[in-house]
Design a binder for this molecule. Structure first.
Ligand code: ATP
Length: 354
């Protein structure tokens, strides 16, 4: 069991705040992603969970026990720094058994444990090889073996695939996820790659500027972004934002925008001011007779779909539509959006109007 609860966690370095009061819960066995742009505080959060950094305030609970001030050695959490960090002068078996030998485990117990880990990782046949001559994938498996052999309660991984090229990275990502599914150990994984987070994560925390913007499943984060930052950071091409000045009437489920009215999902009643209507490219349909119109400025062919870029009164819009649909630069076309897929934001705060 390893449930990790983060409560109002904060970290200051001098007068710089790297992590503002953050709260979220990592359930036992989850593959949990800390996602955000460079410098937003992901690594600092991970290091506080592992005990490599002490929080300025707030608490971390591991299975209900407060661990925020304990040293790393008393947390039973493995930090996988970099998949390729191995002892080059040792063979595979010694690299994996090293943490157990240094704990003083008996030779027979070490042997059994290494055999088990090698079987899980599928590296039984390379146990006696020097690590120097191994392929990148095998080196990565050995590094993982060294982390899992201690059977920690949870794994912390900081951009473990960051140094790999795109194709190999995707392959190792699948392998890591499959390994996690076999072992079921709670894993917290830092990445700045939204696609990696969406593909691998059970849950995602999106951070920006030391703040947790949103926490949820990949689908919740994609379909119901809490802020314009999240909406923009997740998805490619990212969500469109149409700016307008408006008011949401009592019980209304429509907004009026430059003469065209749109159905909207339940938004905050009574709000008046600058809004942004957020709609993903795949939720825009081109329709000749729709009243909200734009001019096509570019098209990008992607096989079965194409990305059509339009200028509209509310700003530039990218629509993902079937390739067969004719749209030429210079054409004026109408657009419709499915109300259920729209998110309305307050422009000033960037927060969703719910
Ligand atoms: P990256 O992907 O670039 O590592 P990150 O989201 O992991 O980004 P952190 O490494 O947590 O970000 O850093 C957050 C901020 O805190 C950065 O501005 C960084 O410069 C600062 N920071 C981190 N560690 C220290 C430290 N020991 N002393 C001072 N500032 C620090």
């Amino acid at each position: 069991m390893a449930q990790i609860v983060i409560n109002n966690l904060k970290k200051e370095f001098g007068d710089f705040t790297a992590v503002r009061e953050s709260s979220f819960t990592i359930e036992d066995g989850e593959f949990f992603m800390l996602l955000g742009p460079s410098g937003c505080g992901k690594t600092t959060t991970l290091r506080m969970i592992a005990g490599l950094e002490l929080p300025t305030s707030g608490e971390i609970y591991l299975d209900g026990e407060e661990i925020s001030q304990r040293p790393p050695s008393e947390r039973d959490i493995a930090f996988v720094f970099q998949m390729f960090a191995l002892y080059p002068h040792m063979n595979v078996r010694r690299n994996i058994s090293y943490p157990l030998v240094s704990q003083g485990m008996s030779r027979a117990a070490v042997k059994a444990k290494v055999a088990e880990v090698a079987r899980i990782l599928g590296i039984e046949d390379i146990l006696d090889r020097p690590v120097g001559g191994l392929s990148g994938g095998d080196r990565q498996r050995v590094a993982l073996g060294r982390a899992i052999v201690r059977e920690p309660k949870a794994f912390m991984m900081d951009e473990p695939l960051g140094a790999l090229d795109a194709e190999f990275r995707e392959h190792m990502a699948e392998e890591l996820r499959a390994l996690h599914d076999r072992m079921g150990a709670t894993t917290v994984y830092v990445t700045h790659d939204q696609l990696e987070a969406m593909q691998m994560g059970d849950k995602i925390v999106v951070m920006n500027n030391a703040v947790v913007e949103q926490f949820g499943t990949p689908q919740e984060i994609y379909d119901k972004p809490a802020t314009m930052f999240v909406a923009d950071f997740i998805g490619s091409p990212s969500m469109n934002f149409l700016s307008f000045d408006g008011q949401i009437g009592a019980g209304a489920n429509e907004v009026d925008m430059q003469g065209a009215s749109f159905g909207i999902p339940q938004a905050r009643e009574g709000f008046a001011g600058q809004m942004a209507l957020g709609v993903r490219p795949e939720h825009i349909h081109l329709a000749d007779d729709a009243p909200y119109r734009g001019e096509v400025v570019a098209t990008e062919y992607l096989g079965t779909t194409q990305i059509v870029t339009l200028t509209t009164a509310g700003g530039e819009v990218k629509a993902r539509v079937p390739s067969g649909q004719v749209a030429q630069p210079g054409d004026t076309v109408g657009m419709t959006f499915d109300p259920a897929t729209i998110t309305l934001f307050e422009r000033g705060s960037g927060r969703a109007l719910r």
